[in-house]
Design a protein around this ligand. Sequence first.
Ligand code: PEP
Ligand code: MG
Length: 827
Amino acid sequence: MINLPQQLIRLGAQARDKEDAIRQVAALLADGGATDPAYLQGMLAREGQANTYLGSGIAIPHGTPDTRRLIRQTGIAVVQLPQGVAWGEGGETVRLVVGIAAASDEHLDILRRLTRVLADDALVERLSTTDNPADLQEALTGERPAAPVAAAGPGLPHSVQVTLPNPLGMHARPATMLANLVKARGAQVRLSRDTGESADATRMMEVLALGLTRGTPLTVSADSPETLQLVADAIRGGLGDDLSAPASAAPARREPDWVPAQVGATIEGVPAADGLVVGVTRQHAPRPLDVHDQPGDPVENAAKLDAALRSAHTELENVVAEVHSRFGADKAAIFRAHQELLADQGTVQDAVALILDGHGAAWAYQQASNERIAQLQKLDDPTLAARAVDLSDVQRRVLRQLLGLPEETAQQSGAVILLAPDLTPSDTARLGPNSLLGFVTAQGGPTSHTAIIARGLGLPAVVAAGDSLLDIPDATPAILDGSAGRLYLNPSDADLRGAREHQVVLEREREAARAARHQPGATRDGVRVEVAANINRAADAAAALEAGAEGVGLMRTEFLFLERDSVPSEDEQEAEYRAMAAAMGDRPLIIRTLDIGGDKEVPYLGLAREDNSFLGIRGIRLCFERPDLFLPQLRAVARVARDHPNVHLMFPMISTLEDFRRARAMFEGVREELGAPRVPLGVMIEVPSAALIAHELAREVDFFSVGTNDLTQYTLAMDRLHPQLARQTDAMHPAVLRLIHLTVEAARREGKWVGVCGGAAGDEVGALILTGLGVKELSVSAPQVPGVKAALRRHTAAQLREMAEQALAQPTAEAVRALVQGRRESA
Ligand code: PEP
Ligand code: MG
């Protein structure tokens, strides 16, 4: 509902001509704080392009879309000209000039009311001559005047710097939560980047278009200190996202559990959801919507758009309820986010601007949303760019309403594997185990909402399989292996039987792994391999233990720093480490000192920008530069160690012997000062030089933990976050395995142990090969614990040793994976 305060109404005015009338209404808007005075130029320019005469002596001048930035808050103003002024070439006389500064979609409501006014001659007469502003207020707003509805403008008085902690950046769900939080308080909040771009926090599309990835420094500005505090805390807390999820969009690499012997062809894509199914293919091509521009009456078209948006909102309400009951709240949140996209004021506003220019409602909405879809597609970050599909989904929903097409219902496809160029989240949610077996898309990515819903549906899915997928004829017999990211075409009868048998095996394995998750990690012949969890917060400890974790192999302490906008004090750090140590009881806890730099930026530290952040002042190098950060952390750990003998300390990014000696000396100084007992000290092996001098290091450390994420990145010279390199950045590359082998051998000679806390430890092939190489501890994400333990139990230590030995001699990562696969089959 828009407000029309009295000072934005001028009664009994006179105007020399149309331009004078527009100047008067523009001045009202500017004086009332709705626009910058320069908005007048936009109004005059618009009038030059198209006459804004509406009918019955009413005109609605408004600015061109490019002058929208001059709007401070949505507003209308009315100049009453009882004597009238000549308006268009058609000789119309205007007595009510309704100036519109459309920064939101509330003016749709005004247009609807104007329609009613237009149809009522007596009312038009009264409004054109009345001396009571309340008549106009009532007719145009239907309500008593209230404070103006404000869009957050620049110059908000309170601001603070925060860093975006969300691993997948600011995508639709956190953006929705942010918008709702601000709207619920009726507050004004803006987010600004150091590039100068900024967005109103209630406008989701603006926020998404900022392209905020994890670690982006942001200025949050608000109209009150309370709102600022609340919003900044909510952003630091992740706005509902799991902040410890890995930043990389690449899926966990999995070797097929089963491969057919004789198939016609194999299509490879990116695994999006696990599972193995047998069926026939069916191409799915959504019917293109036929949108033509049907110019017409702006008021009617605006009302049509308004009605379509409302119906789409109601439809989504039903989708939310259904998805919630079928798949849970987190999947339903995707469609809540769609409701936000639907309400995006910028899109509606641009559509209305086109409608006011005389374009048809469907065409105008399509144009306005296409522009935003293209904007999202251009974002560098693949996860954020994937949100373009969500917007296309919403666009289709609204266009269907405008074109009078029924809601698309689930295809009764039966037992088919659906093949599609791409699927929208709505398509995916409509589908289900009753209507299909699984799906493969030519485009898309593993972090798309489509993939997320597929996982919720329990349907196997593969994405990014390439356009050749679309040439596969319908009814081609096929086997879809979601975990391996493969679609096998025309399998033999024996393969079909084999696949069905394997389905049964898989289900049994999953059940067995869960049931045995609390058994100690060990090979079949009882050789112990500790399976620990990578968790950063004491609050996650209970869930990790419930999953069967035998300790914490990596606590990434930088998350304590990333999730806030000031350095956590020594006391705060101590409290968190202490809570984690206590939660683990007798089980080991490995605290890793700050690993800032690379992809983990902390803006409030004021660090210099690096050309090559992964090769610069990162990890321990930063700690040496900043003893003001390092020493309090070391003291907090030493204090906890006085009471908790399970505490271990580990240094990241060690590349030289001097690095370790220097870090150790600093810790030892602190420890003695605080009278703390000895703490086992380890280094991460994540730089090739550290692996190559492992022998020298092993004499001085208590343990090693291999960070395969970085070790792979630095060995293969492939950015660990690079989406195009994701499939090649494989820790099973023999070059990486040989470095790990050197490390394990060096440690063994010195009687020290080696763990692995990088992603390879949680990948089944990785867990087996690493154990075969002599690794004694695997630290993985909590949900991976049961599967890793189960994989270890399937092999004897000797088998794994032999497999690892052969792996070291392979020429490629692919050959290493094939080797494990071969073993599995012959087992
Ligand atoms: C690694 O590099 O493998 C590792 C565990 O450290 P991080 O992922 O935090 O860099
Ligand atoms: Mg690392």
